[in-house]
Design a protein around this ligand. Structure first.
Ligand SMILES: Nc1ncnc2c1ncn2[C@@H]1O[C@H](COP(=O)(O)OP(=O)(O)OP(=O)(O)O)[C@@H](O)[C@H]1O
Ligand SMILES: [Mg+2]
Length: 308
């Protein structure tokens, strides 16, 4: 199978975003610079050690916040660092990840024998049986399709720790699991938050997204009480030089004091990449969106060669 190998990006320091421990953008919108706001207690990222496994849930209850884009581009950034990454597509809509990053099924595997997240939820397959190659080396996908929407109302699918347990029992030697969450609050989103671990909150920089961020905080705060989750980063998707971008970023910094707040600049290429079934990183390697996601990836996990 011809797979694309994602290579590290060579980005001169002057083209990387600045980082700052200030927790607010104070300059006028037309003089804003994309800067990553660090939390006061920022700990430098560490590499993943052999045998270690990290989980990131990309969560926002708002549709179109940039969850799927963030999940895929961080997977690409980490695969380019040499890590193996499995993405769980937990969103049944056909405009989701499995329609963008299609699973590559083994040759000769009959359609009726293909597994998806739904089989895992019904207990008819383990997570590893539903894990497939993708066009990218070191990125694997557990797909989900429209039929997975049944999970919301089928009483046979139960037990909020179902995905947590599926991950625990997996023997696949992946370094990182990324969960692309659905926009709806329901059973599937509860299953994902109950995995526990680090949450990444993407948000578009728009007035409507800003409005929905209050109820998002309530959902996350409840999950923090019930499960062991912490918000590691807020990703401002399609960031631009506007007052609303500044306001959404400042609000994220205030409400998630222990999270990185990371702008990811808007580009036309980022918007176009899904239409050709390529990641932004492959489609527009030099775009600011690619560079910004690469930097966010490096702020969360250090490359392995730095372990020495
Ligand atoms: N940096 C960017 N520049 C331009 N467009 C972007 C950028 N990031 C994301 N987008 C666009 O924003 C839209 C929503 O993104 P995405 O599908 O990732 O959101 P989502 O939260 O997964 O949506 P849903 O709730 O439907 O699952 C897409 O059209 C995507 O191409
Ligand atoms: Mg999505």
């Amino acid at each position: 199978m011809g797979q694309v190998t994602l290579e590290p990006l060579i980005v001169p320091d002057r083209l990387r975003m600045e980082t700052t421990v200030e927790r607010a953008w104070t300059e006028p919108a037309n003089r804003l610079r994309p800067r990553i706001l660090l939390p006061a207690a920022f700990a430098a990222p560490t590499p993943i050690l052999p045998g270690e496994h990290r989980v990131f849930m990309v969560f926002n209850r708002k549709g179109g916040a940039g969850k799927t884009t963030t999940a895929l581009e961080l997977a690409c950034a980490w695969a380019a660092m040499g890590y193996s990454v499995r993405i769980l597509d937990c969103d049944p809509q056909d405009a989701g990840l499995s329609g963008w990053l299609e699973p590559v099924y083994p040759k000769g595997l009959a359609e009726e024998n293909r597994k998806s997240l739904l089989h895992v939820l019904y207990g008819k397959a383990g997570l590893d049986d539903a894990t497939y190659y993708t066009r990218y080396r070191n990125i694997y996908l557990v797909p989900s399709f429209e039929d997975c929407a049944v999970a919301e109302y089928d009483p046979r699918i139960t037990g909020e720790r179902i995905l947590r347990s599926a991950i625990k029992h997996s023997e696949a030697p992946v370094d990182i699991t990324i969960v692309d969450c659905p926009p709806k609050v329901g059973k599937l989103s509860t299953f994902t938050l109950a995995i526990g671990g680090k949450v990444i909150v993407p948000s578009q920089v728009s007035a409507l997204d800003a409005k929905s961020n209050k109820s998002l905080r309530e959902v996350i705060s409840k999950a923090q009480d019930d499960y062991d989750v912490e918000v590691a980063a807020a990703v401002l998707t399609a960031w631009d030089l506007t007052n609303i971008a500044k306001d959404v970023g400042n609000e994220m910094a205030e409400h998630y004091p222990n999270a990185l707040v990371c702008p990811v600049r808007a580009t036309v290429q980022a918007r176009t990449a899904p239409s050709v079934n390529k990641s932004i990183r492959e489609y527009a390697r030099r775009s600011t969106t690619t560079r910004d996601f690469d930097q966010v990836g490096r702020m969360l996990i250090a490359p392995r060669e730095e372990a020495a």
